[in-house]
Write a protein that binds this ligand. Structure first.
Ligand code: ZN
Length: 176
């Protein structure tokens, strides 16, 4: 960050009084610009014994497979965001059934909140951000062509819990 989004004056990296780390502080209006992780919301959507996957049409990782997921918007709950992403990326209507994972990825300044969801119908189609969408069997997951590590993490977790009533939420897996 170089300039204040409030008054356009330059900002300076300083440690505000009483704070324990450096922040971008405006040299004119003195507003402290906090920079915090962004939130990604998404869902593992199933219909019977099939699972919804989307092939990305946008960077990063064009052509690789993912679950419907994206940035949470201001003004919506995490569940609403996950439902919106399923609609945008796969034209899919879903019912959120529970939390499956919260993954923290400090390196890329993200927290991912991922749900388990039920597809309300098999009527799915590629939205503008997807090249194609598919309902795949669990043994058809393209493990070598997943877009992001967290997609692999959450799908392995879902695979473990498949068929069980209760899906306790999980956090970052132990590094391999
Ligand atoms: Zn300012």
């Amino acid at each position: 960050m170089r300039f204040c989004s409030h008054c356009s004056a330059p900002v300076q990296l300083v440690r505000p009084q009483g704070d324990d780390r450096e922040r971008f502080v405006c040299t004119s209006c003195e507003i402290v610009h906090y920079v915090n992780p962004k939130i990604v919301v998404g869902s593992v959507c199933t219909l019977g014994d099939r699972l919804l996957l989307c092939r990305r049409a946008i960077e990063p990782r064009v052509g690789f497979w993912t679950i419907p997921a994206g940035w949470l918007e201001n003004g919506e709950t995490a569940e609403e965001g996950a439902m919106r992403e399923a609609r945008e990326e796969a034209c899919a209507d879903i019912a959120i059934e529970g939390l499956i994972a919260v993954y923290s990825i400090p390196r890329i300044e993200q927290v991912q909140i991922l749900f388990r969801a039920r597809l309300l119908s098999a009527d799915v189609a590629a939205g503008p951000e997807s090249q194609e969408v598919r309902l795949v069997e669990w043994d058809e997951i393209p493990w070598g062509q997943l877009a992001f590590p967290t997609v692999g993490w959450v799908l392995r977790r879902a695979l473990e819990l498949r068929g069980q009533q209760h899906w306790p939420a999980t956090f970052n897996p132990e590094p391999a």
